[in-house]
Design a protein around this ligand. Structure first.
Ligand code: TMP
Length: 219
């Protein structure tokens, strides 16, 4: 067994829809496993059975009338379940957990996008996550045009079952992007901006370099 991750490690991937975070998360997980680490991959919302049920409510395009407060609480409800069912046990076993989105998505999409503000997001995070915070967050930065185009083409491919959030107006996503920019400025030690442009391999090399840099600072 590896000795490097005995304390457990929590890594998250963030960014606009279509930023490539899911692909990059899988590639990093594969690289870490090849180095002997035990890695658990999860996703928010949807990392648990309960979370998948909540995800269906959140992303169902028929639920346009879901209120902004209910939306935010559902994202946190899914995450609270993940903390108890997946994150806390895995960290306790000294494993690495990588998550496709976490509270920073709520900060950007609900805090900035919906205009609910960041204080309420931080308060709810304390209740839902009880102090569990990512050790390192990769913010996959792509421009808004690329994000909107990728989301559109993905929805064409996937028979449009999960489109409620994608159906928001352009100004909403501009605010989400501002949220991520503000986050990276507010927490430069935790949140690393990764240029999401280029080939999958080029971006993966940037993620790997950021991870190695983090590890060398936290031995
Ligand atoms: P995904 O498609 O990357 O899995 O994310 C699902 C959608 O939910 C995406 O549009 C971002 C949005 N989202 C929020 O609005 N708030 C949150 O807290 C999370 C985790 C996701």
């Amino acid at each position: 067994m590896s000795t490097t991750n005995r304390r457990g490690l929590f890594l998250t991937f963030e960014g606009l829809d279509g930023c490539g975070k899911t692909t990059q998360m899988r590639l990093l997980a594969r690289r870490l496993r090849a180095a002997g680490e035990t890695v658990i991959e999860t996703i928010e919302p949807g990392g648990t059975d309960i979370g998948r049920a909540i995800r269906r409510i959140l992303l169902d395009p028929r639920n346009q009338h879901l209120s902004a407060a209910a939306e935010m609480l559902l994202y946190f409800a899914a995450r609270a379940q993940n903390v108890d069912e997946i994150l806390t046990p895995a960290i306790g076993r000294g494993e690495i957990v990588v998550s496709d989105r976490w509270t920073d998505s709520t900060w950007a999409y609900q805090g900035f996008g919906r205009g609910l503000g960041t204080e309420v997001v931080q308060s709810l995070d304390r209740i839902a996550c009880r102090g569990r915070r990512p050790d390192l967050t990769f913010w996959m930065d792509i421009d808004l045009e690329t994000s909107l185009e990728r989301a559109r083409s993905r929805n064409r491919d996937q028979a449009a079952e999960e489109t409620r959030m994608d159906d928001q107006e352009r100004a909403f996503f501009e605010r989400v992007l501002q949220g991520y920019q503000a986050l990276a400025e507010a927490e430069p030690d935790r949140v690393v901006r990764v240029d999401g442009r280029g080939t999958v391999e080029e971006v993966a090399a940037r993620v790997a370099a950021a991870y190695d840099g983090f590890r060398s600072r936290h031995v």
